[in-house]
Design a protein around this ligand. Structure first.
Ligand SMILES: *Cc1c(COP(=O)(O)O)cnc(C)c1O
Length: 400
């Protein structure tokens, strides 16, 4: 390979910082480096740009600017929402969430359980869908919070957040949604889906890594997770990361401006990729429902191969994709999302996620479609059918 190819099919892991975002940020490293809390004009000018970014992010989710709290990342936003729901309702010690949430929520849930809280982890069906009746049954008088993600990062499957939020509201239970993967890819409207908390992350939306947003509905009681100064109307201590916040604002503005055209383009490419793989590589299947789903994500199972080996060969061909996370032994652990859907261990270990976006062109999809059959055939030849380890699927448990 002389001419080094680079095809980035991993937009759900992170995204490039848009050039327009870099441009918007630079003045805040160079000229406008004042503290937005300072009373003099040099600080007030910076505060004005923070307000502008807040309004830009609010517009993306149809919120009011004052409902937008800037944080350090999506993880912090999720943790802060859960923490506040429990701190403001000390008599309520029960949380409901799903088995396919990001580790930011599931690890926090484990920590809560060690502290004596109860967490109900709702299962999903083989399509990755949630049973709302089951969610309703899980609600108790001592339920402090329901936390259900808007879009799944592994499969792209969407949960009916408006219905989840309405159910919570009717029972007087606070509702949080991790909308990190949904932002820019599906319309987010906190008036229509009346959640109390919603999390966003900059780096999944062409802003830099290390900046997030927590939407907190007006009149929702809130206790800060980071305690300190009076920044963010007393909802998050710490001097604001001004350049990154300005970048997030610009990224939100771009996401809105290009929403229809970009999602139509990406959906077309994703569907071409998916149909191409499913029709040319025998035995391949899709993981998760076809719809409703993010327009950019395809999670596909390849029979008789290990994702880890595929990713290595794809990497050599200049293609970035995802297939789980490295565990302590250094080998690839399939995503918990796939096992929670009841996939067999073998199928989960042979699954790859392709997530498209701004940095994918039609030629990249053509190249991937031309490369994949050879990669799969090569690996299937090394590991003939039957030699692939197969263990029973992990049971989908309801942890109460
Ligand atoms: C990436 C991601 C997060 C974490 O966001 P960070 O900004 O990296 O902390 C949370 N939830 C989902 C669904 C994600 O994809």
């Amino acid at each position: 390979m002389n001419e080094r190819r680079f095809c980035y099919f991993d937009h759900n892991a992170t995204t490039s910082v848009a050039p327009e975002v870099v441009e918007a940020m630079l003045p805040f490293f160079r000229e406008h480096w004042g503290n937005p809390s300072s009373a003099y004009a040099f600080g007030r000018e910076v505060a004005r740009h923070l307000d502008e970014a807040r309004a830009q992010v609010a517009a993306l989710i149809d919120a009011e600017p004052r409902e937008v709290v800037f944080t350090s990342c999506g993880t912090e936003s999720n943790n802060a929402a859960w923490n506040s729901a429990l701190m403001t309702q000390p008599d309520k010690r029960h949380v409901v969430t799903t088995a396919v949430e990001h580790s930011a929520n599931l690890k926090f849930a484990e920590a809560l359980q060690r502290q004596g809280c109860e967490v109900t982890v709702l299962p999903v069906d083989p399509d990755g869908a949630l049973d709302l009746h089951r969610l309703e049954q899980a609600l108790r008088p001592d339920t402090a919070l329901v936390s259900v993600m808007w879009a799944n990062n592994e499969t792209g499957v969407l949960f009916p957040i408006a219905e989840v939020a309405a159910l919570c509201r009717s029972k007087g239970v606070l509702c949080h949604t991790d909308a990190v993967q949904a932002a820019g890819k599906v319309a987010l409207d906190v008036r229509e889906a009346s959640v109390d908390f919603l999390s966003l992350s900059g780096h999944k939306l062409h802003a830099p890594k290390g900046v997030g947003v927590l939407y907190v509905r007006r009149r929702t009681r809130f206790v800060p997770y980071l305690v300190g100064g009076h920044q963010e109307r007393g909802r998050r201590g710490g001097t604001e990361n001004v350049p990154y916040i300005v970048g997030f604002g610009r990224a939100a503005e771009l996401a809105l401006a290009h929403f229809d055209a970009e999602n139509r383009r990406v959906r077309g490419l994703r569907d071409r990729l998916e149909t191409g793989v499913l029709t040319t590589i025998p035995g391949t299947t899709r993981n998760g429902a076809q719809e409703p789903r993010l327009p950019n994500t395809a999670n596909l199972a390849f029979p008789g191969v290990e994702a880890e080996a595929m990713l290595m060969l794809l990497d050599q061909a200049g293609i970035c994709a995802s297939g789980g996370s490295a565990c302590t032994t250094g080998s690839l652990e399939p995503p918990h999302v796939l096992t929670a859907m009841g996939l067999s261990a073998a199928r989960a270990r042979g699954s790859l996620r392709f997530s498209l976006g701004r940095d994918i062109r039609e030629a990249d999809v053509d190249y991937l479609l031309a490369t994949l059959p050879g990669v799969v055939a090569k690996l299937q030849a090394i590991a003939p059918t039957g030699s692939v380890r197969s263990t029973p699927a992990a049971a989908v448990d309801e942890t109460a």
